[in-house]
Design a protein around this ligand. Structure first.
Ligand code: PGA
Length: 240
């Protein structure tokens, strides 16, 4: 059985965690800005996990402005976001670079939440699956089955991120099921049943329960609704 997981992506914002309480049915990860990983380290004793929103895939060196996987781990984070659509669109990250990051993170024992998703134009052209399948195939290139099982995939349709326009639970389930079949083809049935697949894009306290109850959706990656007390309700939406 795959345990449900809800991840909050604060992006370049700060959140009010006042009323956040853990739930034993659900793994919770907070992707906070770099400078707030250390500050929030105490949350790990409260049953939460910490993640970084980015890193650079090299051990050290002349990469002004970048942060390494080991620095992130030293600060107290165990997870890292890779392939988020904002990194792809604003910072020009390609599938090939994302593959480098996936491999490097795994080598350094950081668990990737690997995001994939189509734009509205791609959905309207009916090429959603081609786009996502290319993102997955390149992203997992040269990743062993043992490592692939550790990766958490997040299906985030670009048109649903920060827009208030959520995919219906049927649309999200359809793609998550296709993603699971793809993992089965690339690796094995066992790998496809182990990998957790999240949905992200305008998840809120009203739609969380229905989305997370779909058979192939193991939880969510939550932006806006992770910044306030609403996040507790979203977490409850993933509980049994
Ligand atoms: P959103 O963001 O929940 O605000 O749509 C999701 C994300 O970017 O991961």
């Amino acid at each position: 059985m795959r345990k449900k997981l809800v991840a909050g992506n604060w992006k370049m914002n700060l959140a009010n965690l006042f009323e956040l309480s853990p739930n034993e049915d659900v793994d919770v990860i907070l992707f906070v800005p770099f400078t707030h990983i250390g500050v929030n380290r105490h949350l790990k004793e409260g049953g939460f996990n910490l993640g970084a929103q980015n890193f650079y895939p090299a051990e050290s060196g002349a990469f002004t402005g970048e942060i390494s996987a080991s620095m992130i781990k030293d600060a107290g984070a165990s997870y890292v976001l890779i392939g988020h659509s904002e990194r792809r669109a604003i910072f020009g990250e390609t599938n090939e670079f994302i593959n480098e990051k996936v491999k490097f993170a795994l080598k350094e024992d950081l668990i990737p939440i690997f995001c994939v998703g189509e734009t509205l134009e791609e959905r309207e052209k009916n090429i959603t699956f081609e786009v996502i399948s290319e993102q997955i195939k390149i992203g997992f290139k040269e990743v062993s089955e043992e490592d692939a099982k550790k990766v958490i995939i997040a299906y985030e349709p670009v048109w649903a991120i920060g827009t208030g326009k959520t995919a219906t639970s049927e649309q999200a389930e359809e793609v998550c099921l296709q993603l699971r079949k793809l993992i089965s083809e690339l690796y094995s049935k066992e790998a496809s049943e182990t990998v957790r697949i999240l949905y992200g894009g305008s998840v809120n306290m009203k739609n969380a329960k229905e989305l997370f109850s779909m058979p192939n959706i193991d939880g969510g990656l939550v932006g806006g609704a992770s910044l306030t007390a609403e996040f507790s309700e979203v977490i409850k939406g993933a509980a049994k």
